[in-house]
Design a protein around this ligand. Structure first.
Ligand code: PLP
Length: 403
């Protein structure tokens, strides 16, 4: 007898492991366990007061109807302006306008829609690893093939031009770039992006998706640049992805966007028009207010993240069993745990997933195993939590690693 079945498209697609672990940690917490959760990919700061005020005003003005699919023109223009500001070298070639912006339900939808508009069955998508969990899954949903380039400590978790050259084939359709990176916190310099750009110039069929959602959260004296600031000549085939989830501490408001040439933008709007339509009118009112905030607002959060990063690095240096990558951006620490993985009774080494669950039970700290990011011997911790909590969690981790 025929049974109802799930589509082939979704057969092997898994729920995000980050969300799964987060849910388990929440459950243990509800059961009364003293769990510290370092899995969350969201700032703990409140949303801007100006954003809240804008929503109250919008509600009072009954501003609660459908908006255009791509967002209200005023907000699209503002996003174009902000993007132009971070890509000054592009301005002599191309100045983004509001018509090239699509507001999406978080950065995630922008990436998903880009993949749906660009990747056909059999197309290859180059994804540097460690990668943000959803990139390969999105490619899989589009029936494309993820071509993963491995990176490690030797190149600060960045791909090199020769690695890129080797990974490109006639089927390559798109490359994902993410700087600052989740999970490693690595940041590409202008020169490094230019070197990759010289390779990409030779392959005009390749689209570039530059995920810059952590743009405003960077540390040190030499911050990285937007991909198109380094490689303006590639503007017509580059999509810049950004949003307010991380920089505005507004994860739940679902405000992201893509900035791309008009032809692709038309298709992105068509897709969104048949799926979610425009994002919430209230979130758009909030986004307008948040994008008007002075840079000092974002800077205070960046500085607080930097203090926490330094605190976590100082504490974790008390374990010689792990190797830690000092992040230059975002709010995660990427930790190699190869030397703390245990053998089971059959002599088989546990993976990071097992280690993470042992860590949750023994140290009562929830971390994300590297498996989800394409790296088995690593874990990721988030330092988007109060300093006291972070200090206690890192102490527990050090004790756990050293035991
Ligand atoms: N890109 C990266 C690298 C991320 O880490 C995230 C969120 O964790 C996103 C995109 C999506 O962000 P949003 O919450 O705006 O959908």
């Amino acid at each position: 007898m025929n049974k109802p079945v799930i589509s082939k498209r979704m057969k092997d697609v898994e729920e995000s492991a980050t969300l799964q672990l987060n849910a388990l940690a929440q459950k243990l917490k509800r059961e009364g366990k003293d769990i510290i959760n370092l899995t969350a990919g969201e700032p703990d700061f409140p949303a801007p007061a100006e954003a809240k005020e804008a929503v109250i005003q919008a509600l009072q003005n009954e501003w609660s109807k459908y908006t255009p699919t791509a967002g209200i023109p005023e907000l699209r223009e503002k996003v174009a302006k902000v993007t132009n500001r971070s890509q000054p070298s592009l301005q002599s070639k191309h100045v983004w306008s509001g018509s090239e912006v699509v507001l999406t339900n978080g950065g995630k939808q922008a990436i998903f829609d880009v993949v749906m508009c660009l990747v056909d069955s059999g197309d290859e998508a180059i994804i540097p690893a460690p990668y943000w969990v959803s990139y390969p899954e999105m490619v899989r949903i589009a029936d494309g093939t993820a071509v993963v380039i491995e990176t490690g400590f030797e190149n600060d978790f960045k791909i090199t031009p020769s690695q890129l050259e080797k990974a490109i084939t006639s089927k390559t359709k798109i490359i994902f770039l993410n700087s600052p990176s989740n999970p490693t916190g690595t940041v590409y310099s202008r020169e490094e992006y230019q070197a990759l750009g010289r390779v990409l110039e030779k392959h005009p069929q390749i689209w570039i998706l530059s995920d810059e959602i952590y743009e405003l959260i960077q540390y040190g004296h030499n911050p990285g640049v937007s991909f198109l600031e380094a490689c303006p000549g590639l503007w017509s085939r580059t999509v810049t992805l950004n949003g307010l989830s991380k920089s505005g501490s507004m994860t739940g408001w679902r405000i992201g966007w893509s900035v791309a040439d008009a032809k692709l933008t038309q298709k992105l709007i068509a897709l969104q028009g048949h799926s979610t339509s425009g994002i919430s009118s209230l979130s758009q009112a909030a986004a307008l207010a948040t994008l008007d905030l002075p840079s000092a607002y974002f800077e205070q959060h960046r500085q607080e993240f930097e203090r926490r990063r330094d605190l976590a690095l100082a504490c974790l240096s008390n374990s010689a069993k792990i190797k830690v990558f000092a992040p230059r951006g975002a709010f995660y620490v990427w930790i190699q745990v190869q030397d703390v993985l245990k053998d089971d009774k059959d002599g088989i080494k546990e993976d990071a997933q097992k280690l993470a669950s042992r860590c949750l039970q023994e140290a009562q700290v929830a971390v994300v195993p590297g498996n989800s990011f394409g790296a088995n011997n690593f874990i990721r911790i988030s330092f988007a939590c109060k300093s006291e909590v972070l200090q206690e969690a890192c102490n527990r981790l050090v004790q756990f690693f050293n035991s």
